[in-house]
Design a protein around this ligand. Structure first.
Ligand code: HT7
Ligand code: ZN
Length: 862
């Protein structure tokens, strides 16, 4: 497959003034009749009339009422049309039932009453519903159309069928026996098109906008799921209010709808006025969902809603601009979470995720620019770099220009570009025009891949304190040499008692090496560098452990306080892996002091108690020139966990009692923080009591957070057989809870049993590879268990490769995404590298391998 290049962009030859679609629904033979008004684009050089189309059966095509012949060409058709406005009409046939890729129009659930790969022969009779997923290039699987984001048009959609509920974008404009019509007046690209039809019920509510407009809100689910919709609806209303208050953005249709779908490739989709959600990203209840589920759901609902302005009203000119909408919208949802929950906890959690996913990507063969120069399959670029690093760039921009200037720039962005398909350059120009700052150097964050290393040295001389920073960014595929970034470094200085002698100040680093001076100090300060994680870099500073223990106890910046504890833990772990005799007592004492401090938010304490992940440690070792051994890392983590449990045992009874929540379950910051710390402590207790406390919690738990936490501990203690069977029996009809049952057993398997556990679970009648959530709950958990996945004999690699080869013909997007499990392969020893390489080659040698998987595996392999 040939790559597509950013520099090859040309404007569309024809623009669309109006789209009218009629759907005659049928599971295997849906007819789509289109009537589209085209006009030549005065800004285009080309006159070629080309429409994208994929897998369509063309029944008829007409221009201005007369039949017209079309020519099949790569990715679609072309035809000879007038050099003047004209109306295109076409009728095509598509087959939603057999669309297993979940792109275009498809049906969900997918395998009702059929046997699946594991031999299951019957499932409960749920009537499948129709639904769509068009981002990025799925609309071309529905009808012939210029399926590119810079072609925007209003849509009217008529749906004919006998489904009880039939929905599309915009406002309802008509209905009768067996049909209904929806009109979306806002010009939109085809990737925001949506259609849903099936047996659904709605939770209904309403919202009054800041200018007093009434908006109907509907959250559609399968009958039986109504009890899981209350939290999602509240999250939606909170998001709508927040966007008005913080960004001045008001909703713009009479109705906003969300639909929950059980087979969905990602979390959710921001289709105009009709968001479609993976059930896992919207449905929740205290009995079936954990606090982490509630938090994720709140953030995703906000994210998709915020896209209405950042993505829909202002969209992307082409897919190279993807981070324009995604980076900005992630930043907006992160800010929302920080406002409605705890700012410190939100920032720490965001950075844990950034390091775990984006740094991992940026330091391996899949590293790419936030604005790439080329791609083969755009679906492979919905990455942590485009999303999370993109959000970090917006955050840095805000830090550099300040809060007020940021809001003014956003106002200008919305005024200037509403209704347009824009570029990242347009966005930066808005900031330049509005603040007067030259952002030429800042733009490197979009164009240079890789995570900068920031080395720090210090100097103290009679009242003058200096910090000297050196930045280096390692080479990434296709980019050997990097120019210096503009890095905002937030720094504070602490005195010996922990008092702040220099409040947080943002240093702007522009050179490769740069010194910053602080004068007139009475004593040598302790620096707190990169507060609030002010830039996505890796700080490499030789800091004595005592200084980190001091920061862990005193830093007024919550992020750096947490970071200090984290780095103490990592140092001990590295010592255990490499056999250096690193003293543990400083870390263990500091941890005890922190846990005992009741002035600290339990959620913060829970995060400070969390161990650094095994994958994180592998990367740290690799960066330090040590080849990581996954077994040794796992054993080191086990040793430290045991040492922590023994060291903290006297504290546990009092703290665990303090973390009991007696009020009815609400997933708010306060209660979830207490439960999180309580579960962290329960893990420690389990190491000491063999699972007694966990069993007691399991017996009395009345919510999923506590049940699942207890079950995890019982698995660790080897006492989960009965509870697992009880859990399965109780929740066998709840797919989202069953996903947890699968996932947990793999996460908590001993490394040498992990692959066998996966094999056993794929034989379970409830396993299906056609459902992305189920596939991810098994293979995502396996890839997230480094010591299990990287077993020396290569059994883990073989098992994953087998399943990827099996899944690829059905769902290339999920296959390609899951192949990312291999992206860290060059960190490991020669034997493991050899084993992985041969699995990558085996995948690549598969007949008919999809473009998605071919691109990903080739990039990983090179
Ligand atoms: N903009 C969406 C990205 C997306 C997607 C969503 C669901 C299924 C397939 C998809 N491909 C791309 C989701 C978002 O960022 O909000
Ligand atoms: Zn998004």
């Amino acid at each position: 497959p040939q790559p597509i290049y950013l520099t090859d962009y040309t404007p569309p030859a024809y623009l669309v003034d109006d789209v009218h679609l009629t759907f005659r629904l049928d599971p295997t033979a849906t007819r789509v009749i289109s009537r589209i008004s085209f006009r030549p684009n005065p800004d285009a050089a080309s006159k070629r009339f080309f429409l994208h189309g994929e897998g369509l059966k063309l029944i008829s095509s007409r221009v201005d009422g007369s039949d017209i012949d079309v020519r099949d060409v790569e990715n679609g058709i072309e035809a000879d049309v007038p050099d003047a406005p004209f109306v295109w009409e076409a009728e095509v046939e598509i087959d939603p039932k057999n669309n297993t890729a979940l792109e275009g129009l498809y049906m969900s659930p997918q395998d009702v009453g059929e046997s699946n790969a594991s031999g299951r022969d019957s499932l409960p009779a749920i009537k499948p519903m129709y639904c769509t997923q068009c981002e990025a290039e799925g609309f071309r699987k529905i009808t012939y159309y210029p399926d590119r984001p810079d072609v925007m048009a209003p849509f009217t959609v008529r749906i004919e069928g006998d489904e009880p509920v039939m929905l599309s974008n915009g406002n309802p404009t008509g209905e009768g026996d067996g049909w209904c019509e929806w009109t979306d007046p806002w010009p939109k690209p085809a990737y925001l098109f949506a259609l849903v039809a099936g047996d659904l019920v709605a939770r209904e509510d309403s919202f009054t906008t800041m200018s007093g407009k009434h908006v109907d809100l509907k959250l559609w689910v399968r009958p039986g799921d109504e009890g899981k919709t209350a939290f999602g609806m509240e999250a939606l209303k909170k998001s709508m209010k927040w966007d008005e208050e913080v960004y001045g953005r008001e909703y713009d249709l009479d109705i906003f709808q969300i639909v929950a779908v059980s087979d969905f490739n990602m979390g959710a989709m921001e289709n105009k006025g009709l968001n479609i959600f993976n059930t896992s990203a919207v449905l929740c209840s205290p009995e079936t969902s954990t606090d982490a589920n509630f938090e994720r759901i709140e953030a995703i609902i906000a994210h998709e809603y915020f896209h209405n302005w950042t993505g829909n009203r202002i969209t992307c000119r082409d897919w190279f601009q993807l981070s324009l909408k995604e980076g900005l919208t992630v930043f907006r949802d992160q800010s929302f979470t920080a406002d409605v929950r705890s700012e410190a906890v939100a920032r720490i959690s965001d950075v844990i995720a950034l390091r775990g996913r984006q740094f991992r990507e940026d330091n391996g063969p899949l590293a790419h620019q936030v604005q790439p120069d080329s791609f083969v399959e755009i679906n492979n670029f919905y990455t942590a770099t485009i999303y999370e690093k993109g959000a970090e760039i917006i955050r840095m921009l805000k830090t550099l220009v300040g809060d007020d200037a940021y809001r003014k720039a956003l106002d200008l962005y919305f005024d200037r570009h509403d209704g347009q398909a824009c570029t990242i350059d347009d966005w930066l120009t808005v900031f330049q025009d509005s603040t007067g700052r030259d952002l030429t150097q800042f733009k490197r964050w979009y164009k240079q891949a890789g995570t900068p290393r920031l080395d720090v040295t210090e100097n103290w001389d009679d009242g003058t304190y200096q910090l000297t920073f050196t930045q280096t960014t390692p080479p990434t595929p296709g980019q050997d040499v990097k120019e210096p970034f503009l890095i905002p470094i937030a720094v504070g200085l602490l005195g010996p008692n922990g008092d702040e002698v220099q409040a947080t100040k943002v240093l702007e680093m522009t050179e490769g090496t740069q010194t910053f001076t602080f004068e007139g100090l009475s004593y040598r300060p302790t620096p707190s560098i990169l507060r609030h994680f002010s830039a996505p870099v890796i700080l490499t500073r030789e800091t004595p452990p005592e200084e980190r223990a001091f920061l862990f106890a005193h830093d007024t910046d919550a992020f750096n306080r947490w970071e200090a504890g984290r780095s103490l833990a990592k140092e001990v772990l590295v010592g255990l892996v490499t056999g250096e005799d690193t003293p543990q007592s400083l870390y263990l004492d500091a941890l005890a002091t922190m846990l005992r401090n009741d002035d600290l938010d339990p959620a913060f304490r829970a995060l400070a108690l969390q161990m650094p992940g095994e994958d994180d440690l592998a990367q740290t070792l690799f960066d330090a020139g040590v080849t990581p051994d996954p077994d040794a890392i796992h054993n080191a983590a086990e040793t430290l966990k045991q040492a922590r449990a023994e060291h903290l045992q006297d504290l546990l009874p009092r703290l665990m009692a303090d973390m009991e929540v007696t009020e009815p379950f609400v997933s708010n910051a306060e209660q979830s923080g207490k439960r999180a710390l309580g579960l962290g402590l329960l893990k420690l207790a389990t190491r000491l009591d063999g699972g007694k406390a966990a069993q007691a919690q399991w017996d009395r738990a009345d919510n999923m957070t506590l049940s699942l936490g207890a079950l995890a501990c019982l698995l660790d203690a080897g006492k989960a057989e009965g509870p697992l069977a009880t859990f399965r029996e109780r929740w066998k009809d709840d797919a989202l809870v069953m996903d947890k049952w699968f996932m947990l057993q793999i996460m908590h398997a001993d490394p040498e049993d992990a692959a066998a556990t996966v094999e056993r679970l794929t034989e379970d009648p409830a396993f299906t590879m056609k459902n992305p959530n189920r596939f991810r709950s098994v293979f995502g958990a396996f890839a997230g268990h480094p010591a299990g996945f990287h077993q020396k004999d290569g059994s883990g690699y073989r098992l994953l490769a087998d399943w990827l080869i099996r899944l690829d013909p059905l769902n290339p997007q999920i296959t390609a995404r899951m192949s990312g499990a291999f992206e860290t392969w060059k960190r490991y020893d020669a034997d493991r590298q050899g084993l992985i390489k041969s699995e990558l080659d085996r995948i690549l040698a598969t007949d008919g391998l999809s473009r998605d998987t071919t691109e990903m595996v080739t990039r990983i392999r090179n």
